[in-house]
Design a protein around this ligand. Structure first.
Ligand SMILES: [Zn+2]
Length: 328
């Protein structure tokens, strides 16, 4: 006698198998991370992330048009400035790279595209840390002021949502307070609440030129031996006013996604980071794995674990596979 919850009868035939699927994937929940750099007429491939590029503002539309064609309607922008200094002043500059990109994108696409910006200091500071330094330590409280200023300048330049990734204590509340005080009560915050100190970020630091020049980020990112403190981080950020909670990376942290999903009532996002992408690309280039099948399997796994939003460099491919009925 068949005792499983999913009896053999429900596995008969493609149509029925699709009808009774537990996990649904929808392209409207995909967010594509994108790197924007200073200069003109450049589209520069990132060596450790084949197929991913750094675009100058005048060429971002090539990628944005392709995303919209595929059905992906949201991007997360990362800026690569020309100018770096001790405090990361180009993060909030009126003519900063993100601010320029936002104005250009919103001029061309208006509400067709939902634009989220990464809010952090590490791409803008000469030392590559995520906040302002006091000696060799990151000064949490002084950094809050700069992060708030950066978030506000993004919203003023047209960002639909800001996503602080710095992991300083109290930054969600600081940003919320600043946005509210300036009349942006409706601008949402997606918090990188549960961010692990991970070797999977390697290729990103190559892409954004943001590796710390000394020390590491373990002082403000989480130890991957622990998951319960992830719940605490998530709950704290909910209390501070976050609207969406992100877990990062994704693939090796799906247990954390599931736990966070249980613990909070807000949407949960997961970021499939550069190292996850690079690993699949490299394996596929060597012929060791089937790239398309692996993309489908890893994406569905994230949704099965509970993500509502999925940040991935494979967003256009996933949207295509959904359209083709391979997943969904
Ligand atoms: Zn950072």
């Amino acid at each position: 006698m068949e005792m499983s919850i999913r009896p053999r009868r429900l596995r008969k035939g493609e149509l029925l198998r699709k009808m009774v699927r537990e996990t649904r994937v929808d392209e409207s929940s995909l967010i594509y991370p994108m790197f924007v750099k200073e200069g003109t007429n450049q589209k520069e491939e990132i060596p450790t992330m084949p197929g991913q590029y750094r675009y100058t503002v005048d060429r971002v539309s090539e990628q944005l048009d392709a995303l919209l064609d595929a059905g992906v309607t949201s991007v997360m922008l990362f800026g690569i400035p020309d100018h770096k200094d001790e405090v990361g002043s180009s993060a909030w500059a009126e003519d900063g790279i993100i601010q320029k990109a936002l104005r250009a994108i919103k001029r061309e696409y208006a509400d067709q595209l939902y634009v989220i910006t990464d809010v952090c200091m590490c791409e803008y500071t000469s030392h590559g840390h995520c906040g302002m330094l006091c000696g060799c330590e990151v000064d949490n409280d002084k950094s809050l002021e700069l992060l708030s200023r950066t978030a506000l300048s993004h919203i003023q330049a047209g960002a639909d949502m800001v996503a602080p990734s710095d992991m300083m204590d109290g930054r969600v509340r600081a940003i919320r307070t600043t946005l509210d005080a300036n009349g942006y009560e409706t601008a949402p915050i997606m918090s990188y609440a549960v961010k692990y100190a991970s070797a999977f970020y390697g290729p990103f630091r190559d892409a954004a030129g943001s590796a710390p020049s000394f020390g590491d980020r373990r002082g403000y990112q989480m130890d991957y031996h622990n998951s319960r403190e992830g719940i605490k981080e998530a709950l704290l950020d909910v209390e501070e006013g976050a609207d969406i909670i992100m877990v990062k990376p994704a693939m090796s942290y799906l247990d954390v996604v599931a736990k966070v999903k249980e613990a909070i009532h807000l949407p949960v996002a997961a970021y499939s980071v550069s190292g996850e992408y690079a690993m699949i690309k490299a394996g596929a280039a060597l012929g060791y794995i089937d790239e398309e099948k692996i993309i489908c399997e890893t994406a569905v796994a994230a949704y099965r674990a509970g993500v509502d939003l999925y940040l991935t460099y494979y967003a256009p491919e996933i949207a295509k596979f959904i359209k083709e009925g391979r997943i969904g």
